[in-house]
Design a binder for this molecule. Structure first.
Ligand code: NAP
Length: 331
């Protein structure tokens, strides 16, 4: 497994990270034993970075990872998001990133994961009611106490990133980045590079849409059932992009998912793609993406097949787009 450095102050991590969300939430039923076997297979392949959130399945995901890492904690670097509020019906009730809430969330997270430290701790979203300085300041106290190693951000825009980095070094920004979600190229990527902050890219397969495996009619009862890119004419247009990508992948003798992951990895040594594999076969496919690289000709052909801005539909439903600090108009 190759390694990449997350920002100038962050940890060295595997060049591909495992995102565990779908093992507990948002993508329909998953198999617990297969999920744990997938985490183990990732460790055996040398993947060290595992991403979770305390709200994925309301603690389910952290307990699952805690079980998978029993006796193997030192083989993994755990990235945890906090701050999203849930209810018992599975609904979403906003965000809380007040200093006291930070301390409370972390205390529960450490218990559920069965560990005494988190490698990277980050607010899932910027809480509009709490200055980012206060949230980062509270995590910085946990760094001092040894319970957190590095501080990250998620879906933050340039101005917030600068304010956060002025309080404490930020290892990485976690943000959606894929062939069909290229918003960070406008200014956020440049801001992170200027400040020496790495990127952990999520949704590199656009939640399965550009994996090459997506079939119409799938995902009705989960996140995808409400996601604009998976609906009606948008879906037809987006799947046409996948077919254009498939032609390039087949010519190279790799899969569509592998091209999509390799494209993100090719955008810079400071970028670590997270893959949402929850089965070992999907993981093996994803791992194949770090075994080859894309040439300048490949990248030009991919750009021709899926130009920037080609996706039909926004990356989240409108209400959730409103929670993205990264999508706020600048200036
Ligand atoms: N910071 C944030 O706001 C945020 C938001 C979302 C996610 N994340 C993190 O990022 C991680 C990855 O995001 P994601 O799960 O949305 O992204 P993803 O990797 O784009 O999508 C995962 C989906 O792709 C499908 N897939 C098909 N082939 C695959 C392959 N070879 N490898 C992996 N998946 C394949 C999986 O489907 P099947 O398993 O059904 O086949 C799964 O439903 C999450 O697990 C989470 O930790 C962060």
């Amino acid at each position: 497994m190759k390694h990449r450095q997350l920002g100038k102050t962050g940890p060295g991590v595997s060049a591909l990270g495992l995102g565990a969300m779908g093992m507990s939430d948002l993508y329909g039923p998953s198999d617990r034993a297969e999920s744990i076997a997938t985490v183990h297979a990732a460790l055996e392949a040398g993947m060290t970075l595992i991403d979770t959130g305390d709200f994925y399945g309301m603690g389910h995901n952290e307990m699952l990872i805690g079980e998978a890492l029993k006796g193997r904690r030192d083989e993994a670097q755990i990235s945890v998001k906090f701050g999203a509020l849930r209810n018992a019906g599975g609904g979403w009730s906003g965000y809380d990133a007040r200093p006291l809430a930070v301390k409370n969330f972390l205390a529960y997270t450490l218990q559920r994961l069965g560990t005494d430290h988190i490698d990277i701790y980050r607010p899932a979203r910027v809480d509009p009611n709490v200055p980012i300085e206060e949230t980062i300041g509270a995590i910085a106290e946990e760094v001092k106490a040894g319970r957190v190693r590095h501080i990250g951000l998620s879906e933050a825009g340039s101005e917030t990133i600068r304010r956060a980095a002025a309080v404490h070094p930020i290892s990485d920004l976690q943000i959606e980045y894929s062939l069909i979600s290229r918003g960070i190229e406008d200014d956020i990527l440049a801001t992170c590079r200027e400040l020496g902050i790495g990127i952990t890219a999520y949704g590199v397969l656009s939640r399965g849409l550009i994996s090459g495996h997506w079939q119409k009619g799938q995902g009705q009862g989960d996140f995808r059932g409400m996601s604009p890119r998976f609906q009606g004419e948008n879906l037809d247009a987006n799947l046409a992009l996948v077919e254009a990508l498939r032609a390039i992948a087949e010519a190279k003798g790799v899969s569509v998912a592998q091209v999509a992951i390799a494209w993100v990895a090719a955008q810079g040594e400071d970028i670590v793609p997270l893959v949402g594999a929850r089965r070992r076969d999907r993981l093996q496919e994803a791992l194949g993406a770090v075994a080859f690289s894309l040439s300048a000709e490949d990248l030009a052909a991919i750009e021709g097949a899926v130009p920037k801005g080609a996706a039909a539909g926004s990356r989240y439903p409108a209400a959730q787009m409103g929670h993205l600090d990264s999508e706020r108009p600048r200036g």
